[in-house]
Design a protein around this ligand. Structure first.
Ligand code: FES
Length: 291
């Protein structure tokens, strides 16, 4: 690796290596960012809380007996995962400690495969399998680049400084994202009370998707007993579920997750670790509104 230049590490890569580095580096950085900016990820009261997720995975993973030990330290595990994803993303994008980052990324993908996507069916719907293969391919390409030569182990001083600066940006990003998520939680739900649909257009037995006050997709039901609604965001990896009128379930298209809308959004099958969160809705006058 030429000294003093992160850009040089990209110039030295062939096209296939650059594509893999860009895709994996960005995805890992974004993974960390998404966790940091998700107000429910570290919220113990939320069904999306990392502890609830670990508990759910421990029931279906072949290493469930091992995962159970982490439930009581779930918040620390969540923060660690988030920072690891940021660090791997930054390292892969900058090319500093690249081989170590690739090995770390492969280990994380392997861990996610054996816990989160273990039950994905068919198997190719489990994204972690593909990421693991991408990490292995990237490692092979990088080794090929240094064939016959020792890969640089010591980071040149100037790059170290550059790396510290980038790490500062990463840490700043985490703090900003966490601050943003806290602020978001403290804001009033401005759209509460907003009309979703007129009763005349939504008779008993109807179902529809709509946008909830927090901007997420939701599914509304009207039965003889009244109206109720759930988040349409799957508690596994965030795909949008839809109502299946023949099985009377909410089905996730990504990994076969299935929820029961007539029983509190409970998980009926697949990898989702928690039920779908509920949204408050009510009948007011001639319409159904967000409550
Ligand atoms: S996102 Fe995996 S089952 Fe829904």
């Amino acid at each position: 690796m030429a000294r003093n230049s992160i850009a040089e590490s990209w110039r030295q890569n062939n096209l296939a290596t650059r594509i893999l580095r860009a895709a994996l580096g960005f995805t890992w950085f974004y993974g960390g960012w998404q966790k940091a900016s998700d107000p429910t990820f570290l919220d113990k009261a939320s069904p999306n809380y990392i502890g609830a997720q670990i508990q759910g995975y421990s029931k279906s993973s072949p290493i469930g007996f091992f995962l159970r030990h982490f439930v009581e330290h779930a918040t620390q595990v969540g923060v660690l995962v988030m920072l690891t994803e940021f660090a791997i993303g930054i390292a892969v994008l900058t090319g500093i400690w690249l081989q170590a980052a690739i090995i770390g990324g492969a280990l994380v993908s392997f861990g996610l495969w054996i816990t989160v996507t273990w039950h994905a069916y068919p198997y190719f719907l489990g994204s972690d399998t593909a990421y693991l293969v991408m990490w292995i391919a990237l490692f092979a390409l990088i080794r090929q680049q240094y064939a016959g030569r020792r890969a640089p182990k010591v980071v040149p001083i100037a790059e170290r400084r550059e790396f510290v600066r980038l790490l500062g940006v990463g840490v700043g990003a985490v703090i900003a994202a966490m601050g943003a998520s806290k602020l978001q939680k403290s804001l009033p739900k401005s759209a509460a009370g907003a009309e979703i649909v007129k009763l005349a257009k939504f008779p008993v037995g109807s179902t529809m998707t709509y946008t909830a006050p927090d901007g997420n997709a939701a599914v509304l039901f009207r039965t003889a007993a009244g109206v109720f609604a759930y988040s349409a965001v799957c508690t596994h990896q965030g795909c949008v579920v839809s109502y299946n009128s023949s099985s009377k379930t909410l089905d996730c298209p990504c990994h076969g997750g299935q929820f029961d809308p007539y029983n509190g959004g409970a998980v009926l099958g697949g990898p989702p670790p928690a039920p779908l969160p509920k949204y408050s809705v009510a009948i007011k006058g001639d319409a159904i509104v967000s409550a």
